[in-house]
Design a protein around this ligand. Structure first.
Ligand SMILES: [Zn+2]
Length: 210
């Protein structure tokens, strides 16, 4: 099931397409994953995550204090991603990208409960970046509180979440109560076959409320 942002004036249109009213949540929803694409105008993004989302933990040497700190990202298994723009799904996300896990920066669009977890359990916070001249939700060093900019965590293949880095990743697994549409996009720039899961340890977390 996925929740839809249907304005009152468009409720008849949504109903005609097969949307159902969810009385407890007071929202329209779509129940069949094969049909989600029909409801795209009421979803915030073109990729839908199903089953689980992971908080991915890696390690990084802090640029400021030179000590090792944990850093975090958001991960979803390629097989748990539905592309709304790719109705036939002839090519899977894994085939398209070469990766069995997709990883995005913590500032990306994600369910609210994950952001809460990142703040309360893993120490992420909103920080100002002098390099980028903006504030954003980010990783900080656990020793000296310096911003660990997402550019340095994600942009290069040997960065902590890159495919050329061989350090171990810990995946904290969070089951989804409903599917979630996100406005992130897939990185198709590198077409190699690479398994993130091979260098990962999976830890299960208690079931959250979306
Ligand atoms: Zn530091």
């Amino acid at each position: 099931m996925i929740l839809l942002n249907v304005p009152f004036s468009e409720k008849d249109e949504a109903k005609k397409l097969g949307a159902k009213w969810e009385p407890t949540l007071k929202k329209w929803c779509a129940n069949h994953r094969n049909n989600y694409w029909k409801f795209e105008k009421w979803l915030n993004g073109e990729l839908v995550f199903k089953e689980n989302i992971f908080i991915v933990e890696g390690k990084q040497t802090c640029w400021k204090c030179d000590k090792t700190t944990n850093v975090y990202a958001i991960g979803v298994l390629s097989e748990d991603i539905i592309e709304l723009e790719n109705v036939s799904q002839r090519e899977t996300v894994q085939q398209k990208t070469g990766f069995d896990l997709q990883i995005w920066p913590v500032e990306s669009d994600m369910p609210d409960f994950l952001r809460v977890q990142l703040v309360e359990r893993f120490g992420c916070k909103k920080k100002y970046s002098y390099t980028e001249q903006r504030s954003y939700f980010a990783n900080v060093c656990s020793n000296c509180d310096s911003l660990q900019g997402s550019f340095f965590l994600h942009s290069s293949p040997d960065s902590p979440f890159g495919w050329m880095n061989e350090s171990q990743l810990t995946l904290y697994k969070y089951p989804l109560n409903y599917d979630y549409a996100s406005n992130v996009s897939l990185d198709r720039s590198i077409s190699i076959n690479y398994s993130y899961l091979k260098r990962s340890v999976i830890k299960t977390s208690s079931s959250p409320i979306l």
